[in-house]
Design a protein around this ligand. Structure first.
Ligand SMILES: NC(=O)c1ccc[n+]([C@@H]2O[C@H](COP(=O)([O-])OP(=O)(O)OC[C@H]3O[C@@H](n4cnc5c(N)ncnc54)[C@H](OP(=O)(O)O)[C@@H]3O)[C@@H](O)[C@H]2O)c1
Length: 262
């Protein structure tokens, strides 16, 4: 029996890396995307040429009808859904200051972030309920705990974290685990566009390895959470940020008294 995973927004960036890693792991991977057929098909091709199994499915994950069709067709084709990864970056973060940020832009980000996870979760969980097993993973961001970036993005990701913990409480009765992976700053095209040089330098300097997190490292975290051996953990927010949280919170360089000499 081949396990089946749906990864939303898997045509590019982090989602593409997750899809490829799950393909290597032996899953049949459903590569969901919004409009870029060529990118999604390239991911499928890469998985297949490495001996894996995958297909690309276009669906707007914010649209409940499209999500119903997506999950319904996957269930019909494979008879099961073992893993759902809600990753799609449905709305790019607006970066205006709060004073000049129109409510509509805030609302679009907040609602778009949650809609993409809400509809997929509700539909996939109905399948997992019948199986009495399954794994759900949300790709959130350490931005949820930061002040001074995008207020809409931070609020939306913080809401996603709380949503994930509540779904975990609900899904436990079906033997389904639900966890959130909070990514630090990841080396993707989206990051290159959204983050300026100075901020990138700061983020790199405040990780343990003086670079951004890679999409492949995020994919490794998803594989870990999806693994049977990780079944005892649910409702957790797992930070994968290269140490940005702890290193960024140090009061000063003199606070590094317990680090070995460079
Ligand atoms: N990049 C970072 O540094 C970073 C840091 C922390 C957290 N994250 C989170 O990680 C996730 C992925 O980020 P990313 O940077 O890899 O994103 P990305 O490069 O912008 O990729 C977005 C993907 O989502 C798809 N998509 C967009 N709207 C969709 C919709 N409504 N329905 C279905 N698919 C949709 C796109 O499809 P098309 O290709 O068809 O357009 C594309 O495949 C996001 O949740 C993001 O918030 C990213």
């Amino acid at each position: 029996m081949r396990r089946v995973a749906i990864v939303s927004g898997a045509g590019r960036g982090i989602g593409a890396a997750i899809a490829k890693a799950l393909g290597r792991e032996g899953y049949h991977v459903v590569v969901n995307y919004m409009k870029n057929d060529a990118a999604a098909n390239a991911v499928v091709e890469e998985i297949r040429s490495a001996g894996g199994h995958a297909d690309a499915r276009q669906a707007d994950v914010c649209d409940p009808v499209a999500v119903g069709e997506l999950v319904g067709s996957v269930h019909e084709a494979h008879g099961r859904i073992d893993l759902l990864v809600c990753n799609a970056n449905t709305v790019d973060p607006p970066f205006e200051d709060f004073g000049s940020l129109p409510w509509e832009r805030f609302e679009e980000k907040y609602v778009g972030e949650l809609a993409g996870s809400y509809h997929l979760t509700q539909r996939a969980l109905a399948v997992m309920e019948k199986q009495r097993s399954g794994r759900i993973v949300y790709i959130s961001s350490t931005a949820a705990d930061l002040v001074g970036g995008s207020i809409a993005h931070a609020t939306a990701k913080a809401a996603l974290n709380v949503f994930g913990r509540n779904v975990a409480g609900f899904a436990a009765r079906y033997g389904v685990t639900v966890n959130v992976i909070a990514a630090g700053v990841v080396d993707t095209e989206a990051t290159a566009v959204a983050v300026n040089e100075e901020s990138l330098r700061y983020f790199k300097e405040h990780t343990t390895f003086s670079r951004l997190v890679t999409p492949e490292e995020l994919a490794d975290a998803v594989r870990m959470v999806a693994n049977d051996a990780f079944g005892a953990a649910t409702g957790q927010i797992i930070r994968v940020d290269g140490g940005l949280d702890v290193l960024g919170q140090q009061l000063s360089i003199s606070g590094r008294w317990n680090l070995p000499d460079a």
